[in-house]
Design a protein around this ligand. Structure first.
Ligand code: 5GP
Length: 190
């Protein structure tokens, strides 16, 4: 998506060769018009696949995931990050290691909102090592749902997440794919 690539070049900050900051339009301040066009793009790409729900991981994926759900006319499920395991029959949980923080959390989903009739599209802001997306897939499978695909705003293609997910047969659609970056430099795959 050219518009997102241009915005990353204009307003993104490559902190180092690993971390990109997009606080001025995605992660802290949010550009709703851009989020809506991103939602439309995902809705177009994943149309006619029998998708029943969009899921994202709190909190930075919520804005684009909500717009995607709105454009597809289906509900949004926010997978919650709990600090620790909770004993409750109505909850599914799985442990995920955070790329940016280096800490772990329990990704949590209530059994009230997803079941075996659901075919779910996962949306997230970044794809790095694929831990968050893999955790979301594990959790949705615990709820007996199927995964329709994974929509990512910014993929750091030099990190292993994309390959890990594609190897497992998932359709990964990333709107901006970064080939290489460093302080002051961001290069896209195409
Ligand atoms: P993964 O689980 O694929 O290793 O990392 C994905 C998660 O880590 C995303 O949900 C995102 O919140 C965070 N993340 C990974 N890389 C970056 C980055 O370069 N910048 C920001 N802002 N978040 C990132």
């Amino acid at each position: 998506m050219k518009e997102l690539q241009n915005r990353i070049l204009q307003d993104g900050i490559a902190v180092n060769s690993d971390i990109l900051k997009v606080d001025s339009f995605i992660n802290h301040q949010v550009d709703p018009a851009l989020m809506l066009r991103i939602g439309q793009e995902f809705a177009d790409h994943f149309k006619d696949r029998g998708i029943t729900k969009v899921a994202t991981i709190e909190s930075s994926g919520i804005a684009p995931a909500l717009m995607t759900a709105q454009c597809m006319g289906i509900p949004l499920i926010i997978l919650k990050k709990q600090p620790s395991r909770i004993l409750n029959d109505n909850l599914y949980q799985t442990e995920v290691t955070s790329f940016t923080k280096g800490t772990s959390y329990e990704l949590t989903l209530s059994s009230s909102f997803v079941d075996e009739s659901d075919h779910v599209l996962i949306i997230d802001d970044f794809l790095a090592n694929g831990e968050a997306a893999t955790g979301a897939i594990r959790l949705l499978r615990k709820a007996h749902a199927t995964v329709a695909g994974i929509g990512i705003l910014i993929e750091k293609s030099f990190q292993p997440g994309h390959e890990k997910l594609v190897e497992q047969g998932f359709d990964v659609y990333a709107l901006a794919r970064i080939r290489r970056m460093d302080t002051g430099v961001i290069e896209f795959l195409s």
